[in-house]
Design a protein around this ligand. Structure first.
Ligand code: CP
Length: 313
């Protein structure tokens, strides 16, 4: 009997034990990439990106190529028939006939749910508007696991645009499921977490607090997760200009950080982390971007029901 089709639309589509298995698999791939070189032989990944991307699209493509598979797709709405008015539902029905797995980024929140309803291959949400970004969360969890050897007993400062920052929403959704996690939410009032994210924090019973200054909480943090103010989600430019430089991390601000504290950022970065921080031992964001490829390799294998070297699970 064929296994039921799995999609990854929301990080909660994965159980804690499935996330653990994906991170272990990513770790195994990192250690022995050659073992996986043909695991997706004759399989195809379609990347349907209706919004710009560097890391997510290219790491998905690199992941599939390193698994011995092939990639096809488009990198903007303008270069697809969406520009002629084609619906997501129709595009997905068609691409399901061309590819074995689809990674889709779309500016509309919920578009990947529509895609999953019309697909007969696994659909991966590669970011939907200001809502969710579950594969960034897998990347983030792998980075945390590699740094601390655990996903529990951590104080996580989330700083910047917590309103439109989809990576923050998905990371919170994931981390509320681990014991003794505490959040410090650092944002201007206009960019606080949406109510549905706060409701999730409150339902889960995890400890949290708010702060307006990263300096005042720096010494408490195990992780400082910086985010860009998401210009593309603002309704007017004046608000963006007023808020864009609300938080700028520089080397002096790290003086009070615990020695093991790590600075993460999903990237792209604009002004919120000064370039001099890149060389600081706390900085982990470029390593984080590299982990994205390995965890996406693990995810592709999982959704295709493949164990290493093409064995069916
Ligand atoms: N982190 C992330 O989603 O980056 P891209 O927008 O470049 O894919």
């Amino acid at each position: 009997m064929q296994a039921p089709l799995r999609h990854l639309i929301d990080i909660k589509d994965l159980s804690v034990s499935e996330i653990g298995a994906l991170l272990s698999r990513a770790d195994g791939i990192l250690a022995r990439p050659g073992d996986y070189a043909d695991a997706c032989h004759r399989k195809k990944l379609a990347t349907l990106f209706y919004e710009p991307s560097t890391r997510t699209r290219l790491s998905f493509e690199a992941a599939m190529l390193e698994l011995g598979g092939a990639v096809l797709g488009f990198s903007s709405q303008d270069s697809s028939s969406a520009s002629k008015g084609e619906s997501v539902a129709d595009t997905i029905r068609v691409v399901s006939g061309y590819a074995d797995v689809i990674a889709m980024r779309h500016p509309k929140e919920g578009a990947p749910i529509v895609a999953a309803r019309h697909a007969n291959v696994p659909v991966i949400n590669a970011g939907d508007g200001g809502h969710n970004h579950p594969t960034q969360t897998l990347t983030d969890l792998l980075t945390i696991q590699q740094s601390f050897g655990r996903l529990s007993k951590l104080t996580v400062g989330l700083c910047g645009d917590l309103k439109f920052g989809r990576t923050v929403h998905s990371l919170i959704s994931a981390m509320v499921r681990y014991p003794d996690v505490r959040f410090v939410l650092i944002s201007p009032p206009e960019l606080k977490c949406p109510d549905y994210v706060m409701a999730q924090i409150q339902r889960s019973g995890v400890a949290w607090e708010e702060s307006r200054q990263m300096e005042e909480v720096m010494d408490q943090l195990d992780i400082l997760y910086m985010t860009r103010v998401q210009r593309e989600r603002f309704f007017n430019e004046a608000d963006y200009v007023r808020l864009k430089d609300s938080f700028i991390l520089d080397v002096p601000k790290l003086a009070r950080a615990k020695p093991e504290m790590i600075v993460m950022h999903p990237l792209p970065r604009v002004n919120e982390i000064q370039a001099k921080v890149d060389e600081n031992p706390h900085a982990r964001y470029f390593e984080q971007a590299v982990f994205g490829k390995y965890v996406r390799m693990a995810l592709i294998l999982f959704l295709l029901g493949l164990e290493k070297e093409g064995e069916a699970a």
